[in-house]
Design a binder for this molecule. Structure first.
Ligand code: HEC
Length: 146
């Protein structure tokens, strides 16, 4: 009897743990080799310099006027006063469309050492990028044409 009443409790804990740990943008990873992909533009504004990287497939899709392919990752190194201060990543997966206001893109911020910023679940990022629906949610899509 005792054992039987314990089982649902343990089962409940095991099930509940991943739900508590799940953050909206948990699945977005920083690829260690992103700088080996296509560096397609540099954006400068005041003391800020941003270096932008994606895959050759993504550039090809932009040039063809197609939506970005499933699995596209765009990574942005953000330098302030010449120092890398953060790395911003957006990644597109059809399965994420119910978690995003920006199509099926999720967003995540990392420190220069690759540690994710756990205070940033990407909601703020999504709502600003949502204005770029006509460009598949990517502000610098036109820069891929150059
Ligand atoms: C207030 C609006 C705004 C917010 C909030 C925002 N972005 Fe952006 N993002 C931009 C703009 C504008 C650009 C184009 C580059 C530039 O002008 O700096 C951009 C560019 C990017 C790019 C390069 C691809 C593209 O769309 O051009 C990535 C990756 C990115 N942002 C990720 C993020 C992440 C991750 C967050 C949240 C931590 C975030 N952004 C929050 C406005 C925003």
């Amino acid at each position: 009897m005792r054992i039987a009443t314990c089982i649902p409790v343990i089962g409940g804990l095991i099930l509940a743990t991943p739900l508590i740990a799940q953050v909206l943008n948990d699945d977005v990873a920083l690829r260690p080799d992103y700088r080996e992909g296509a560096h397609y533009t540099t954006v400068t504004r005041g003391g800020i310099t941003e270096e932008l990287y994606t895959s050759a497939d993504a550039i090809e899709a932009a040039r063809a006027g197609d939506p970005f392919p499933e699995g596209t990752v765009i990574t942005m190194d953000d330098f302030r006063g010449g120092e890398l201060t953060r790395i911003l990543v957006m990644e597109k997966r059809a399965a994420w469309s119910d978690r995003s206001d920006s199509g099926s893109w999720l967003f995540r911020e990392f420190a220069p050492d690759g540690t994710p910023n756990m205070q940033e679940d990407g909601t703020r990022c999504q709502s600003c990028h949502a204005s770029q629906g006509a460009n598949d949610y990517v502000f610098t899509r036109d820069n891929m044409m150059e």
